[in-house]
Structures are given as structure tokens and as C-alpha cells.
Write a protein that binds this ligand. Structure first.
Ligand code: EPU
Length: 430
């Protein structure tokens, strides 16, 4: 367990080569199970969610090797169709292995998934979809027991465009007999990336990136080579790190159209933004002004940027309202930011923010991945020293976080928690 100690006050400026997408890679790491041959993946971020997912695949019998920054996975060797609580709990996407295991070996047993605690996060769409594809799934003592003779194509409709359910069922249907149509599918870029990966393995998927995806099942999928695109959420976080510190950041290697909602809202808040074919720059030398934000499925404002944006707006002039429509309890940042002098209150699904001119360093705790990132950004902008505890949440999804922030002018140091606690107890007044 580590803490991050941040000395705030420096404007962050410069350019960032954005690491690979955690969420795209996690979805791909479920679908690799379908390949009858080795898969080579480039640009996979080395973050703890990925390491946990790889450990789970290894327990199922996959052969995994990191070589010169790339990942080589061979799932032809899988020997098990079930995983234990300990290896499944840490990550939500462990559950997306259920369908691919069914497609590969006809049965699967997985404990209910974990992941960041930001809402109830049910799996009902996944279960309904698997049932339509011909699987039987029972929940027994907290584990899902699934079996299927032959998977058959089906028409699947989601009440809400779930990214995870779209990815899970699209990959499962790739090996089902006949045609599957997913309606009201999620259009997140990570869905499109997964379809590209599956098609590279020999799948026949059309329409990914639109709300109707058609999957013509094939007999088998083969190994392939694939490069994971850059992480639009890490990119957005660095743009906001510039905006909150009155700095100027350029993120490179990104698709500007993936940042449209964030950039539009930053412009509305008085920041300047520029973009080229594969870069986005945000400059915010003055104080931002308060705005309203409402999270929506892509291409709407991403829920994953909600907490980091709220931290940024804590320092804006005037009032902001940030409405979270995707997760009912993605609010762990609010009390901690208030410890730093922010003026935030909750009203239903909205955070009301009365902008303050300064935040003050404090000891704060990350409650989930993006709340942790929000606290680090607030620490970079605050006066004095901030210590962010529970850094393991941040390590789930930000690769080289403190070294990237430091390369932009930040002052962030990782310290073992025990060492920091010892030092803190010595300086406490008696
Ligand atoms: N939902 C259901 N039933 C289901 C599935 C989803 O009601 O069976 C609901 C959820 O409760 C939520 C909404 O649908 O209210 C959207 O959930 P979705 O399935 O789209 O989310 P997810 O696939 O579980 C992924 C990302 C999240 C990101 C969301 C939304 C991964 C590993 N996770 O989660 O990322 O917030 O999509 O874009 O891809 C993060 O990176 O910090 C993170 C939490």
C-alpha cells in the first residue's frame, strides 16, 4: 500500500504520449479465450486491472508472456472452466469470460464480479443475452454456473446501451451458429475496438460503433496481432490536469473525436482547445467558470470523467452542477474534496459545486479509480501538501501516473504508506 504526496501550485504544461486503453484491453483479454492460436497484443497498459485479468487467464491455463512491452497470449492450452472468488473479485470484466468460456468449452463457473464500488452494477443484461444465445445460467452460492450445448444466434435488445454487455455478448455470439443482432448496443469506442479485434481473429461483425450490431457466427477464430488504441480516459484526465492547474497540456496519439464532449464543456467553461489529426491541446491560463454537466453514454459526457471534471470545477468561478446518470453512487470524491476546501453538496444524482478560489492540501482517501484521479488533480492545484491514500485504486487504471504528471511539472511522490504514517506520527503535536 502506497500514498501519493503532492505539492500543489505548479501549472502543468507539456505533451503526453497517452498509454493504451485499459477498458479496451480488458474487453480484448476476455475475447482472447476464443482464439485457437496465439495472440500478440501491443500497447496494453501495465496497470493492476490488466495484471489481475492476466492472472485469472493464467489460472484458467492460458500461457502468457510480456516481451519488449508487448503481450503474447496462448489460450489453446486452457485447462479449466472455473475460477475462484479471489481471482474474480478484483475486476468487473472477469465476468465477461463467462460467454467466451461457454463458446470454447460449453461450461463455466465464475463468482459474481467485483470492480469499483460506484453503484449496484447488475449483470442482468449479460444474463438475459446469454440465455437468448442458448445458455443456462444459475446463481448458486454467489457463483454463476453456466452451460450450453450449442450457442445459437439471437435477437438481443438492451434497455440501456451497456458497454460491458455489448462487448460480452458480441464476443460470445462470434462463435454462435447463425446471426445475432444486438439492438440499442453501446457505441463506446472500446466496443468498436473489440469488434476490430474479433474481426482480425476471423469473426464477421458489422455495425460496431452504431446502435445495431450484426454478428454472423463463424466456426472458429484464430490467433492474431493487434494494437490497443490509446486510452481516451487517461487522455481526458491529463487535459483536465492542465485545466485545473491553469496550465496547457497536449495529449498525443488520441482520436480528437473521442474527446468532443470533454473539449466542448471545457470551452464552455472558458478554456481554449485545439486539435489535430491525432492530438488535442487544452490551455486554461485563467480561472474557469462554472458550467452544467450531465453524464451520458458515448458520445455524451463520460461518467468516467465526471469526478475529475467536478474537481476541476471546484476551482471555477460561480456555480456548477454535475449530474451523474449512469452510476448511482459515483460520489466518493465529494467529501474528500470538501476536506480540501471545496464547496460541494449532493442533491439526488447531482453534485452542486460552489466554486472557490483556492483549495488547501489535506490528507484524503481515494474510494475508487476516478475519485482517486480527481483527488490527485485537486492536490496538484491546491496550496501546500496533499496526501492521497488508497493509491491502489489509482493503480488500477493509470499507467506511470506520477511520472507523467511530474514530466509536466507536477510534484508527486509515491511513498509506502507505513513510511508516511511513521513520518506523520513523528510530526504530530503531542
Ligand atoms: N447495467 C445494467 N445491467 C447490466 C449491465 C449494465 O443495469 O447487465 C447498467 C449499469 O449498472 C450502469 C449502466 O448500465 O448503470 C452502464 O453500465 P455498462 O455496462 O455500460 O458499464 P460497464 O461495462 O460495467 C464500463 C467501464 C466503466 C465505465 C462504463 C460506462 C470497463 C471495464 N468498465 O463498465 O469504466 O464507467 O463502461 O462507460 O470497461 C472505469 O474505467 O473507471 C470504469 C468504471
Amino acid at each position: 500500500m502506497d500514498v501519493l504526496r503532492i505539492i500543489g501550485g505548479n501549472p502543468l504544461r507539456g505533451e503526453v504520449d497517452v498509454p493504451g486503453s485499459k477498458n479496451a484491453a480488458l474487453a480484448i483479454l476476455s475475447s482472447v479465450l476464443l482464439a485457437e492460436g496465439p495472440v500478440a497484443l501491443h500497447n496494453v497498459p501495465n496497470v493492476s486491472d490488466i495484471r489481475d485479468k492476466l492472472a485469472l487467464l493464467e489460472r484458467l491455463g492460458a500461457q502468457i508472456e510480456w516481451r519488449e512491452g508487448s503481450l503474447f497470449i496462448d489460450c489453446t492450452t486452457i485447462t479449466s472452466h472455473e475460477a475462484d472468488e479471489e481471482s474474480v473479485r478484483p475486476i468487473r470484466t472477469s465476468f465477461y469470460l463467462l460467454g467466451p468460456l461457454l463458446a470454447r468449452v460449453g461450461r463455466a463457473k465464475l463468482p459474481a464480479p467485483g470492480g469499483c464500488k460506484i453503484g449496484a452494477r447488475p449483470v442482468d443484461y449479460h444474463l438475459k443475452g446469454l440465455a437468448l444465445l442458448g445458455a443456462t445460467v444459475d446463481l448458486i452460492n454467489g457463483s454463476y454456473h453456466a452451460q450450453a450445448g450449442e450457442l445459437v444466434g439471437a435477437e438481443i435488445y438492451f434497455d440501456f446501451p451497456s458497454a460491458g454487455a455489448t462487448q460480452h455478448l458480441m464476443s460470445t455470439a462470434a462463435l454462435a451458429r447463425g446471426v445475432t443482432v444486438i439492438d440499442n448496443a453501446a457505441v463506446e469506442p472500446e466496443v468498436t475496438t473489440l469488434a476490430e479485434f474479433l474481426n482480425r481473429m476471423g469473426a464477421r461483425i458489422e455495425g460496431a460503433g452504431t446502435s445495431k450490431i450484426t454478428i454472423q457466427g463463424v466456426e472458429r477464430l484464430t490467433g492474431c496481432e493487434f494494437r490497443v488504441p490509446e486510452d481516451r480516459l487517461q487522455a481526458g484526465t491529463y487535459l483536465l490536469a492542465g485545466a485545473i492547474t491553469k496550465g496547457d497540456i497536449t495529449v498525443r496519439g488520441v482520436m480528437p473525436e473521442h474527446q468532443t464532449s470533454l473539449v466542448s464543456k471545457l470551452r464552455e467553461a472558458n478554456a481554449e482547445a485545439f486539435e489535430g489529426s491525432d492530438w488535442v491541446r487544452v490551455s486554461a491560463p485563467g480561472r474557469l467558470r462554472g458550467i452544467r454537466i450531465k453524464t451520458m453514454p458515448y458520445p455524451g459526457f463520460p461518467t468516467d470523467m465526471q469526478q475529475v471534471m467536478a474537481a476541476t470545477l471546484a476551482l471555477a468561478a460561480g456555480t456548477s452542477v454535475v449530474e451523474e446518470t449512469i452510476y448511482e453512487s459515483r460520489i466518493g470524491h465529494v467529501t474528500e474534496l470538501n476536506r480540501m476546501g471545496a464547496k460541494m453538496s449532493l442533491e439526488g444524482r447531482s453534485t452542486l459545486i460552489e466554486g472557490v478560489p483556492h483549495l488547501k492540501g489535506a490528507v484524503v482517501e481515494a474510494s475508487d479509480l476516478r475519485a482517486g484521479a480527481a483527488l490527485v488533480l485537486a492536490g496538484l492545484a491546491a496550496e501546500g501538501e496533499t496526501v492521497v491514500r488508497n493509491v491502489h485504486f489509482i493503480d488500477r487504471g493509470y499507467e506511470r501516473f506520477e511520472s507523467i504528471l511530474n514530466s509536466l511539472g507536477g510534484d508527486v511522490e509515491r511513498i509506502p504508506a507505513a513510511e508516511w504514517e511513521r513520518a506523520a506520527s513523528l510530526t504530530e503535536p503531542t
